[in-house]
Design a protein around this ligand. Structure first.
Ligand code: NDP
Ligand code: GDR
Length: 324
């Protein structure tokens, strides 16, 4: 009988890690998750599958931990999702962001090169690399112009992935994913901040929502749809770079309008502009052209923007009602 495929996910406790682990379990994979040591357990997103996966301690800042993890567990695929992923924090912690989000990628790639260069590799690259966009929509060939220490770090992560592919013939893939959200999104990101706030205000737990730039535009999809694209990249004969996006862009303001509207409220009565949430350099407009992913991988998003906002608001209302 054929051995089941075995995947190692860094960042398994994050939004994408939890959806990818679910997806790979459903495909019959053995799933190993790398977790970093912390004084409190943060398994909220994976608690429901914890019995089905293997969790191992390691850190993107420590290459030896990754070499040992690969040696002892022999995965056939590695998905590098771990990162300091919050753009705003990257101005406050630029060096740490570079260590994790940029050099961390080299540590994983180098561990793979040392242990078994046949392991297939996925790097979580980002539309933030396009930053101050030089063409609309953005595709694989669009030049990068990152606008934050996070974006700069992701550009490094992208090119080191391409470099290990070209230097060592590794099946190293860069998925350039546009924003993707879900009820499991961290509360600091704007979408979840809005849906959580709309739910709290509706339930009488809050009175206002303080936000930064309402005019920035993002190409928002559903995280559950996007993890399939990661997997599809690693199933191809040839590795590559793939933009993954819906092809539609919406403003933060429109997100507020829909989220508050879903609970019968007008966002203009509650949203307050707050300088603290403005960024030193902004990415004003992102919209992706994912034709390559659609044609080569056969991937397409299933969840509409309206359905995504509704799903997130309803999940936040349900969560708050349970906690009350
Ligand atoms: P999250 O912030 O939800 O998750 C990040 C994960 O990385 C967490 O599991 C975190 O662990 C882990 N991590 C952070 N630092 C380290 C470290 N030094 N060693 C080991 N693990 C670490 O991110 P998402 O799930 O949203 O995103 C996944 C990846 O995709 C990230 O690389 C992100 O930059 C990238 N990306 C995300 C997009 C999106 O819209 N969501 C779009 C494009 C790219 P812990 O729980 O301990 O903090
Ligand atoms: P982003 O996501 O920076 O695109 O990075 P975020 O949700 O943080 O910001 C989106 C846009 O909303 C504006 N904004 C605010 N943002 C936050 N967080 N809080 C606010 O109060 C607020 N008000 C307005 C921001 O200025 C910005 O324009 C996400 C992350 O998941 C990255 O890891 C990933 O690479 C990219 O998406 C693609």
């Amino acid at each position: 009988m054929a051995q089941p495929k075995r995947a190692l996910i860094t960042g398994i406790t994050g939004q994408d890690g939890s959806y990818l682990a679910e997806f790979l379990l459903a495909q019959g994979y053995d799933v190993i998750g790398m977790i970093r040591r912390s004084s409190t357990v943060n398994f909220e997103r994976i608690r429901h599958i914890q019995e089905k996966i293997t969790l191992i301690s390691g850190d993107l800042l420590d290459e030896v931990s990754m070499i040992n993890m690969l040696r002892e567990n022999r995965p056939t695929e590695v998905y590098n999702l771990a990162a300091q992923s919050f753009v705003q924090t990257s101005w406050a912690q630029p060096v740490f962001t570079g260590e994790t989000t940029a050099l961390g990628v080299t540590r994983v790639l180098d561990a793979i090169r040392i242990v078994d260069p046949d392991i297939r590799f996925y790097q979580a690259s980002s539309s933030e690399m396009f930053g101050k966009v030089v063409e609309v929509p953005q595709r694989e060939s669009t030049p990068f112009y990152p606008r934050s220490p996070y974006g700069v770090a992701k550009v490094y992560g992208h090119w080191i992935t391409v470099n290990y592919r070209e230097s060592y013939g590794m099946h190293a893939n860069s998925g350039i994913l546009f924003n993707h959200e879900s009820p499991r999104r961290g509360l600091e990101f704007v979408t979840r901040k809005i849906t959580n706030s709309a739910a709290r205000i509706k339930l009488g737990l809050d009175k206002e929502l303080r936000l930064g730039n309402l005019d920035s535009q993002r190409d928002w999809g559903f995280a559950g749809d996007y993890v399939k694209a990661m997997w599809l990249m690693l199933q191809q004969d040839q590795p590559g770079d793939f933009v993954v996006a819906t092809g539609q862009t919406q403003s933060v303001r429109r997100f507020c309008e829909l989220a508050f509207g879903h609970v019968g409220l007008d966002y203009r009565d509650y949203v307050v502009l707050d300088e603290r949430f403005m960024r030193p350099a902004e990415v004003d407009l992102l919209v992706g052209d994912s034709s390559n992913a659609r044609e080569v991988l056969g991937w397409q998003p299933k969840t509409s923007f309206e359905d995504l906002v509704q799903m997130m608001v309803e999940a936040d209302i349900a969560l708050l009602k349970v906690k009350r």
